[in-house]
Write a protein that binds this ligand. Structure first.
Ligand SMILES: *[C@@H]1O[C@H](CO)[C@@H](O)[C@H](O)[C@H]1NC(C)=O
Ligand SMILES: *[C@@H]1O[C@H](CO)[C@@H](O)[C@H](O)[C@H]1NC(C)=O
Ligand SMILES: *[C@@H]1O[C@H](CO)[C@@H](O)[C@H](O)[C@H]1NC(C)=O
Ligand SMILES: *[C@@H]1O[C@H](CO)[C@@H](O)[C@H](O)[C@H]1NC(C)=O
Ligand SMILES: *[C@@H]1O[C@H](CO)[C@@H](O)[C@H](O)[C@H]1NC(C)=O
Ligand SMILES: *[C@@H]1O[C@H](CO)[C@@H](O)[C@H](O)[C@H]1NC(C)=O
Length: 403
């Protein structure tokens, strides 16, 4: 029992003592594979290194209708398709991924750029039947040479699987170290819809108005990493990350049709909130610095990556990467303090690096874990299950917590 374990044990007590983990594993993979048009096409992709299986790491998930979407960032080469889905009727344990909307959208041209989608980390299916894809635009950021294309928001019609719009971020809103990994969509009005794209590298939010087809950039010091919260430790891998604004959860609208955006930088123990009233107009955001609120701290070692707010229950779910855990907090609870937070699931084998969290339109919670720090700083054991998709009805998932 080393120091790390003792600390994890203490935090386990803090994050409530129940062991009744309610999540079920829906799919699991040792390694990802794709539904190529033919076995010959698959073999050719392997031979030409268009498909390098060990470089494919699932990072984002979303569920809409009978489809489970899975993103695979192009951090390294050999990613055949960076946005894919699985038909949820597929009851095999480790289904092959199907490119979305089709193979052509991922086919690389002579300039090395895929024709439609480059490298998304996370996507969001809104209640109006549209899939919002936040495309980071970078290829090979973990290789010796990185190719940088323009980041964008790509919107698909989920009924017809056709492209509605691709909005490329204007040059003056993209900075040298920009990194776009997370998107929240405010969809209470299907026309006057707003998307919030977090820039974790040069901390800021790009706000995109679907109605105006325009975007602007909001800055605030609460988007910045906390220099005292940049050290991470996952399964013996210690590393320093200085990521800014990361987790973003959007509430149901209030009587004036504004939502609250709950957010936190990745390198931080704190949670923050702001009404979208301020984000929807850049000059109003600039003039109202104090509209951004600090809610409180999750406590030591409790840095969080992704988060998602279930608009029906008002419960905010978030990943605790150092603790191999997912926790939650009811936004109607006044105080954001440790004792008001509930642990959904914690496991040192199956929940190593919870990478994405969503609630679908049938009130089920979905979580993807992917062991990313081991993949990045060590080597995944291909004899073990490395990637898992968990699910449970929200009511079951929160039933044993203090909420
Ligand atoms: C999986 O689905 C197939 C057809 O969709 C069905 O025949 C089979 O019984 C199912 N297997 C399990 C274990 O549910
Ligand atoms: C990157 O460069 C280093 C040193 O030049 C080399 O050892 C390594 O193999 C290169 N990696 C890749 C993925 O090309
Ligand atoms: C949205 O704006 C971009 C330029 O910023 C333009 O290229 C595109 O055609 C516009 N799309 C629509 C649907 O108006
Ligand atoms: C990693 O960090 C933990 C504490 O977070 C520490 O106990 C451990 O000694 C560190 N390991 C290495 C190899 O530095
Ligand atoms: C809020 O939105 C709903 C639905 O779009 C609309 O009927 C209502 O008038 C709006 N309320 C306000 C205060 O704008
Ligand atoms: C933003 O707010 C300012 C100050 O209230 C106002 O003058 C401006 O018209 C607003 N801009 C938009 C695009 O609504």
């Amino acid at each position: 029992m080393g120091g790390t374990r003792t600390l994890a044990f203490l935090l386990q007590l803090v994050y409530l003592t129940s062991c009744m983990d309610q999540l079920h594993i829906i799919y699991e993979w040792k390694q990802l594979d794709f539904q190529f048009p033919s076995p010959e096409a698959r073999q050719q992709a392997l031979d030409t290194k268009a498909f390098v299986p060990e470089n494919n790491l699932p990072m984002g998930l979303e569920v809409y209708g009978d489809r489970l979407f899975v993103t695979i960032p192009r951090w390294k080469n050999g990613i055949p398709s960076s946005l894919n889905y699985v038909n949820l009727k597929d009851n095999t344990t480790s289904p092959k991924l199907i490119p979305y909307p089709n193979w052509a959208a991922h086919t690389t041209g002579l300039n090395g750029m895929p024709s439609e989608i480059i490298s998304p980390f996370r996507v969001r299916a809104d209640r109006c039947g549209r899939l919002w894809v936040l495309d980071n635009g970078k290829i090979g950021s973990l290789e010796n040479t990185t190719i940088i294309f323009k980041p964008s928001i790509i919107i698909y019609d989920l009924k017809t699987d056709t492209l509605i719009r691709k909005y490329v971020f204007p040059d003056d809103q993209v900075k040298q170290n920009s990194g776009f990994a997370n998107i929240a969509v405010e969809d209470s009005d299907c026309t006057k819809t707003y998307a919030y794209a977090g820039d974790l590298g040069k901390p800021g939010i790009i706000v995109y108005s679907f109605d105006k087809n325009e975007s602007w950039r909001i800055m605030h010091h609460y988007f910045h990493p906390d220099p005292l919260a940049c050290d991470f430790s996952v399964k013996g891998h210690n590393f320093t990350w200085t990521d800014g604004i990361f987790g973003m959860g959007i509430s149901a609208p209030n009587a004036d049709n504004y939502s609250t955006l709950y957010f936190h930088p990745m390198a931080s123990y704190n949670e923050f909130a702001v009404s979208t009233e301020y984000l929807r107009n850049q000059s109003i955001a600039d003039d109202n610095f104090e509209a951004f609120k600090v809610l409180g701290s999750r406590g030591p070692n409790a840095q969080s990556s992704v988060s998602f707010l279930d608009p029906k229950t008002g419960v905010l779910f978030y990943a605790l990467v150092n603790l191999n855990a997912v926790a939650c907090w009811r936004t109607t609870n006044k105080e954001y303090i440790m004792k008001n937070q509930g642990r959904i699931y914690m496991n040192e084998v199956t929940m190593i690096y919870p990478a994405d969290i969503k609630v679908d339109y049938e009130d089920n919670l979905w979580i993807l874990s992917n062991r990313m720090p081991i993949w990045r700083y060590g080597k995944l054991d291909l004899n073990e299950v490395n990637f898992r998709v968990f699910s449970a009805p929200v009511v079951d998932a929160i039933s044993h917590t203090a909420l």
